[in-house]
Design a protein around this ligand. Sequence first.
Ligand SMILES: O=C(O)C(=O)Cc1ccc(O)cc1
Ligand SMILES: [Fe+2]
Length: 441
Amino acid sequence: MAACLSRLHHISLHVSHVGNIANYLVSKLKFDLFAARHTDDVRQFAFRRGAAVFLVNERPLKSGLTLNGETRDLQDQPTDLYNNLHNNSENGHPQGCLYDVETPYSVDTVCNVCFEVQDVERSFKALLDQGCDLLVPPTVVQDSGGAVSYTVVKSIVGNVCHTLIDRTKYEGNFLPGFNHITNLSTSVADSDKSGTVSHFDHITYACPTNTTSQVMQWYDRCFGFKRFLLDSNEDEGEGFVLNGDGIGLRLTAMEYWKCGEAGMKFSFTDKKEPECKFVVAESLPGQGSNQLDTFLTQHGGPGIQHIGLYTDDIVSTAHAMAEAGVQFFSPPPTYYTEVKRQEIEAAGQRPERLAQHGILLDTDMRHDARDQTAENRYLLQLFTKHVFEEETFFLELIERRGASGFGEGNIRALWKAVQANMEKEKEASAQNSPDAKSGHH
Ligand SMILES: O=C(O)C(=O)Cc1ccc(O)cc1
Ligand SMILES: [Fe+2]
């Protein structure tokens, strides 16, 4: 039996210095810092915008992490991950990284998707039965707001783990052990927040060639995720393949099954929350190096390549973020001419407004004879440049107007813009210092 997930709770990052990413999330993406936890050896900060929550964990310097990922000097750091919570300090509060494991990772990374479950013990047993690697056994943490239990399972995608928590007996604002942070500048920040970001729309994994089916099977077996088709051109067996013209990409998507919907626990008056989809991307050989290969090399293995943030007004959201200094990829200006211009106008959008920030539009061509509005279904997307020093993780803004998949045209446009940018950066770094190693620090 698979473990039963109720909803996505947060996504966590592991970074060497929290400062840069905190500044990016707060000043540029307009997230609010709302909870924090400090111990002698770890700092954890939670940021929220709408239902989208990022938990940023700062790697402890004490553990003596080296750039190639080896650990040393561990006599005062438990190597056994199970111990990192049982190593309680005198005041009885757990030490170490709560609700996650301290992964000895050499670069900044987004690596834990935390789900709420109804029963941690049962989920733990179900995953053990499936042969999963459980990194933290069921563990209870409490403070004055109540108690939360959790377990952590390693996925088969690179360094990606899943924390499963039950917070139904907790009344605090985030999780036990965290201090609530009151945002004194809320009123100022709110006036600055034109557009909205309401939730995580999708999470895209970068995986090596020929590994997609293993990943899909693992998520089906362990969590009951179900495949869905991204595009009318998608083949059931092959996935959504984009090939030729410098692109070699296979996309396959899955959604998680919400046990609560079938059960008695939720009444039908409960508002249905939008679900976060998962996309598995692998590169196809023969089209040269691309953004997926770059990710795998610079990240040091498979993992979370990007996250789509849902907005119901991409133009305003993009405008506010660009004003705050977020850098986005833009297609060449010719993108907004001729056929695409007509398509944008047919969708009721203004080409100039989209062109201002590089917003891409794709019409959903799937035709449903019963649905008279089929021709008005489309999708708007905009991609940021990489968030960390390495060319690894990036974010996306997405506004869906009736389209549930992804657009081939948008993916091709993004792919080309990234490729052009990579070449430009390579040229620039070759000119500036012939020996400079680009990307890494
Ligand atoms: O289009 C999207 O938003 C996707 O998530 C699909 C995708 C996956 C990997 C890429 O390198 C580019 C696009
Ligand atoms: Fe995406």
